[in-house]
Design a protein around this ligand. Structure first.
Ligand code: BES
Ligand code: ZN
Ligand code: ZN
Length: 468
């Protein structure tokens, strides 16, 4: 897909956004939010996309409607389309054209790798309008294409996306300037006592990796943010094997890692003057004769010992070592981790909103506001002391499952476990178990299966110049 800008539309198929206030006289079209109607006039196909009342139209309205509009172009099997951009006088909200482009790119995603018959492709998309900010459009395009890259990684077979595959993707990024990539294999991790990651990966023939990507956009500044991702390339549950009905989508358990790779890929292309360290704990949680055992105790990288109460609570183990490694070796000012950590977060918040947990209110607030703005919504859950107390073990320092009744507060206690490893660093954990993978049908810019949730949220958080 080729996206260009122009002053005036030149293709026969056009997408036109209309508010209720400026609605042309069309029968059976109220310009309600997301309402779409087609008109054929003098050889032109006009796709009218309703965005409701002008003053209640948000960036998300435009993003979502633009995605539905471009999906109409797919249905019509058109190869080129002009999208009429907003101008200063009819723009419902600041940044409407960027939201429009986000909707167009994110809504154009098709995962066709395993289809014998390739789906229809739109070859040319033209954004037509006066005084378009091409620098901002280019930036939005880079970010959205990184989201598509993240989706591809999550959708692909678990047999292909092994820990070493993720490492190779990182190493490939390492060929660019401004980024240094280091991969630790299982032997190096053994030497460094990254025992929790190694324990989780021990049952697999594809061994675990710790992947580190240091993006340095500002050499004169030592401050940096760490983004850490859960990279379980398949979560069988290990010896605490997952049952049928819960195991089928577990190739998506590396969605946090894919978010980190998507973010780093965008940073390498955007070259902003900031420093970001991406860290991925990658392992295949397999069942097999070498798999780690429930009941055993392991010493983590920071020295705290952990009693394994369930081998299916493996994400927090991998993240604990990845977080400790980041704290001890890179001293980040802020840590943000993305993880498909618990089924509990899907029960609490569904597939539309991710769980947010933090030890720092200012950080949580800024992330929350960024989520509201970019349409990747997150909601904060508490981390009271009682939750931490429930992780005390009789045989070790910590249990990897709380003592609470099974299935209660599981997202919170998982986050409380992670907090044990941040050593006071301002930290936010985003549980994307519900939002990373859409088991239902397409919802505008959110496709079926992998969504790429988190890439835009993190990048907006890092790059937004305004102090939101
Ligand atoms: N990878 C799962 C969490 C998950 C569940 C992700 C559903 C996406 C969809 C995680 O490793 C896990 O198994 N969590 C357990 C924790 C439990 C053993 C405390 C869960 O949520 O059931
Ligand atoms: Zn698990
Ligand atoms: Zn998992």
């Amino acid at each position: 897909m080729d996206l260009k800008t122009s002053e005036s539309p030149q293709f026969d198929t056009k997408i036109i956004f209309v508010t209720k206030n400026e609605k042309p006289a069309l029968t059976d079209f109220q310009a309600d939010t997301g309402e779409i109607t087609l008109r054929y006039e003098n050889g032109l196909t006009k796709i009218f996309c309703g965005i409701g009342e002008k003053n209640s139209c948000t960036l998300q309205t435009i993003r979502n409607t633009a995605a539905k509009g471009i999906q109409k172009v797919f249905d019509l099997k058109r190869e080129q389309v002009s999208v009429l951009a907003f101008n200063k006088s009819n723009e419902p909200v600041d940044g409407s054209n960027l939201a429009l482009i986000e909707g167009i790119i994110l809504g154009s995603y098709r995962f066709s790798k395993y289809k014998s018959e390739k789906p229809h492709e739109i070859k040319k998309i033209e954004i037509a309008g006066e005084q378009l900010n091409t620098t901002e459009i280019r930036r939005t395009e880079i970010i959205c294409k990184s989201v598509l890259y993240t989706r591809d990684l999550v959708n692909s077979n678990a047999s292909e996306i092994t820990p070493q595959y993720l490492a190779n993707e990182a190493l490939e990024l390492g060929n660019s300037d401004n980024i240094k990539v280091t991969v630790l294999d299982e032997k190096e991790m053994d030497k460094k006592q990254l025992n929790l990651i190694n324990a989780v990966g021990s049952g697999s023939s594809t061994p675990p990796r710790l992947i580190i990507m240091e993006y340095i956009g500002d050499k004169n500044n030592n401050s940096k943010t760490a983004i850490i991702g859960k990279g379980i390339t398949f979560d069988s549950g290990g010896q605490n094997l997952k049952p049928t009905g819960h195991i089928e989508t577990m190739r998506s358990d590396m969605a946090g890692a894919a978010t980190v790779l998507g973010v780093m890929k965008a940073l390498v292309e955007l070259k902003p003057s900031i420093n970001v360290t991406g860290v991925i704990g990658a392992a295949h949680n397999a069942i097999g004769t070498n798999a780690f055992f429930p009941g055993d105790v392991y010493k983590s990288y920071c020295g705290k010992t952990v009693e394994i109460c369930s081998t299916d609570a493996e994400g927090r183990l991998v993240l604990a070592d990845a977080i400790s490694y980041s704290v001890r070796n890179f001293k980040p000012d802020t840590i943000i981790d993305f993880a498909t950590l618990t089924g509990g977060v899907v029960v609490a918040l569904g597939e539309m909103v991710a769980g947010l947990f933090s030890n720092n209110d200012k950080l949580a607030d800024k992330l929350f506001k960024t989520g509201e703005k970019c349409g990747e919504q997150i909601w904060k859950l508490p981390l009271y002391k009682e939750y931490c107390d429930s992780l005390k073990s009789d045989i070790a320092d910590l249990r990897n499952l709380s003592k609470f009744k099974k299935g209660t507060a599981s997202s919170i206690t998982a986050a409380a476990f992670l907090r044990e490893f941040v050593e006071g660093t301002p930290w936010a954990h985003i549980d994307i178990a519900g939002t990373a993978f859409n088991e239902g049908t397409q919802r505008g810019e959110i496709p079926q299966y992998a969504t790429g949730f988190g890439v835009r949220l993190f990048l907006e958080y890092m790059l937004s110049s305004e102090n939101i």
